[in-house]
Design a protein around this ligand. Structure first.
Ligand code: FNR
Length: 369
């Protein structure tokens, strides 16, 4: 369908499913094992209800924000999804260009199809970029990569901590990895590609499963970028992250692609905020909480923000937008979200994001209550 018939982010998924080659669809859409967590990521948002306030003069509403010190036109960032060229010849550049045009922040994946420098070169001057990091068994490779990223102006480092081994995504595993068909310039130091286990496993053998809390000071010693741990799921680990002196966490289950039957990031948010509040002033300007997984509407984001998140990440929503329509699709997705923020904030009675408070949602159906 023509782009102007796309009304919401779900519509992109339906188009992507039709236009993508079978293997790309399998890699992007798959989640681990029985795909229970990926469904739950959407379902959790549907258990939270709004408690809108009225008569507040909502003529003008403002949904812009600052994420880790960087201006963002939306309280949403583009989360890292690997191998963009499986879905579109321009790969990740579709996201970079659209993000630069509309003041949105993109998190670049370690396993991008385009090279790191190619992506940074496509950014407009002063366009903030974040970097997602898979830690290599060879720490020298990781050190060089991180320091190069900092030199090129990347503003924050998101270390993925929920993937010591990639989950079993069976839809993907039924496909065979063929040579370089992902267009992946996969990292140096990667050796044993397993060609019969699907795309995900083929590209991930360099990831170091020995990564531990003991390594955090080393990351802090090699970079002055803010460090965020992506893939935290419990109050115990959230408190350890705070104590380790990192600048934030992403409550995420990797889009349902890692440990199946993990809870959703949204579900975990309430008890994690409660645990962090006991440890000091809240909100803490030096420690941010992000949530991703299943966010497809501004209303989803508003729920997470009301419950204490600083911003939310969207993976597949933007990915499917560029698979279907390239850069135009991503721009349209941003525009749709912008319109949804405007309307939903008016209807909710929040004129700016600071007015989003826990009392604006009924989260009593979340398991943690
Ligand atoms: C991902 N995600 C991911 N995360 C990460 O840290 N490194 C990576 O390389 C990837 N790659 C990746 C590929 C694909 C195809 C998907 C769908 C996801 C996870 C991603 O950053 C984010 O956590 C989820 O995508 C959020 O869930 P939604 O928005 O896709 O529902």
């Amino acid at each position: 369908p023509p782009l102007d018939e796309i009304l919401n982010l779900h519509d992109f998924e339906a188009v992507a499913k039709k236009v993508l080659p079978e293997k790309a669809w399998a890699y992007y859409s798959s989640a681990s094992d029985d795909e229970i967590t990926i469904r739950e990521n959407r379902a959790a948002y549907q258990r939270i209800w709004f408690r809108p306030r009225v008569l507040r003069d909502v003529t003008s509403v403002d949904w812009s924000t600052t994420i880790l010190g960087q201006k963002s036109s939306l309280p949403v960032y583009i989360s890292a999804t690997a191998l963009g060229k499986l879905g579109h010849p321009d790969g990740e550049l579709n996201l970079t260009r659209a993000a630069g045009k509309h003041g949105v922040i993109q998190m670049l994946p370690t396993l991008a199809s385009c090279s790191f420098d190619e992506i940074v070169d496509a950014a407009v001057p002063d366009q903030p970029l974040f970097l997602q990091l898979y830690v290599n068994r060879d720490r020298n490779i990781t050190k060089k990569y991180v320091q190069h990223a900092q030199k090129r102006g990347v503003k924050a480092l998101f270390i993925t901590v929920d993937a010591p081994q990639l989950g079993r995504r069976e839809k993907d595993m039924r496909m065979k990895f063929v040579g370089d068909d992902a267009g992946a310039k996969v990292q140096e130091g990667q050796s044993d590609i397993k060609k019969n286990e699907g795309v995900a496993r083929a590209i991930s053998s360099f990831i170091d499963p020995s990564l531990s809390w003991k390594d955090i000071p080393w990351f802090q010693s090699i970079t002055s970028m803010p460090i965020i741990l992506k893939g935290i799921a419990t109050p115990e680990d959230a408190v350890m992250a705070l104590e380790a002196g990192v600048q934030g966490i992403v409550l995420s289950n990797h889009g349902g692609r890692q440990l199946d039957t993990s809870r959703s990031g949204l579900e975990n948010l309430v008890e994690i905020v409660a645990a962090l509040k006991k440890r000091g002033p809240w909100p803490n300007p030096n420690f941010s909480i992000f949530v991703d997984g299943g966010v497809r509407r501004a209303s989803d984001a508003l729920k997470a923000l009301a419950l204490g998140a600083s911003a939310v990440g969207i993976g597949r929503g933007f990915l499917y937008a560029f698979c279907s329509y390239g850069q135009d699709g991503v721009e349209k997705a941003i525009q749709i979200l912008r319109d949804e923020f405007e309307m939903n904030m008016r209807l909710l009675g929040a004129r700016h994001l600071g007015e989003l408070v826990p009392e604006m949602v009924d989260a009593s159906a979340l398991h943690s209550h």
